[in-house]
Design a protein around this ligand. Structure first.
Ligand code: PLP
Length: 287
């Protein structure tokens, strides 16, 4: 099946789909995006993604390209045209295209691009073996809570991880606390068995998987805390893992040179991963 993308009102072959050279997303990274997971043909936590999309748009004083019903219909059509039953749908909204000037254009219409692709969301090999992460300084701007397409620091961090043979880079703020991964949220499990992830302040993106897992933890009566944690605490943690819409939960078994627990995915992570997979199979909190 050849891939199809949606670009500003048209469904086009992926290889020839394009935006204008003066699109502000291309010129200034003046845009926001969402990545929504699809499992068993259902969108996982679509409501939470829409809520975050509107939050990002409002923070940048950017108009939505259309109403939510029309947007959701386009997302579903792109997923259908690409035959995706398990995978991700990507949507990007920019302030539109206009002659290149920093200040907002007065007449531009927002651009909307949507793509979708099949992908395994819980890779059994990653779940069984876990992954390694490195720590790097967090060099991003002061608003990583906005899901903007300005992802250069994230791309540089991921490349550094790749070159170090690691799966992800956990970014560390000036205060020595881990903020989050370059495309995932960071979690640890304490000696007391509590799942800990940083509170959703302006220093991190409030991951929808993160929010879904908090829901799962609360519903199961498991202990969790949203608070900062330092690199040293993470390295001494009983377990660690990361979350994202495109990979659900992945156990972390090494942080830099420190082996986490006994170097294998831990029981709390495995239990949470199973619980999240069933939550996702039902469509998430929206069901
Ligand atoms: N943090 C960052 C910086 C991300 O880019 C992402 C996802 O792309 C996440 C966290 C995880 O968010 P979500 O669970 O919504 O995929």
């Amino acid at each position: 099946m050849s891939r199809i993308a949606y670009v500003n009102g048209r469904y086009l072959p992926h290889r020839s789909a394009a935006v204008h050279v003066e699109d502000r997303g291309f010129q200034f990274a003046d845009g926001v995006y969402e990545v929504i997971a699809i499992a068993n043909g259902r969108f996982i936590d679509e409501e939470l993604h829409l809520r975050r999309l509107h939050r990002s748009l409002a923070a940048l004083r950017m108009a939505p390209p259309m109403g939510d019903r029309a947007l959701c219909a386009i997302l579903r059509e792109v997923v259908r045209l690409n035959g995706v039953a398990e995978g991700i749908v990507y949507l990007q909204v920019t302030r539109g295209s206009a002659p290149r000037e920093f200040a907002f254009p007065t007449r531009a219409r927002p651009s909307l691009v949507v793509t979708a692709r099949s992908k395994t969301l819980h890779d059994p090999r990653l779940l069984a073996q876990g992954v390694r992460v490195i720590t790097i300084p967090d060099i991003r701007w002061a608003r990583p809570d906005i899901k903007s397409v300005a992802l250069l620091p994230n791309a540089l961090g991921k490349q550094q991880a790749k070159e170090a043979g690691a799966f992800e880079a956990w970014q560390v703020g000036r205060d020595g606390n881990i903020t989050e991964g370059t495309s995932s949220n960071a979690w640890i499990v304490t000696a007391a068995g509590e799942a800990v992830t940083r509170q959703a302040d302006t220093a991190i993106l409030n991951g929808v998987t993160r929010q879904g897992l908090l829901h799962v933890l609360a519903a199961a009566g498991l202990r969790f805390l949203e608070r900062p944690f330092a690199v040293a605490e993470a390295k001494a943690a009983r377990e660690a893992f990361l979350t994202s819409a495109s990979n659900f939960l992945i156990p972390v078994v090494r942080i830099d040179e420190a082996v986490i627990g006994d170097g294998k995915p831990g029981p709390v992570t495995e239990r949470l991963s199973d619980a999240y997979i069933s939550y996702a199979a039902g469509g998430g909190a929206d069901r």
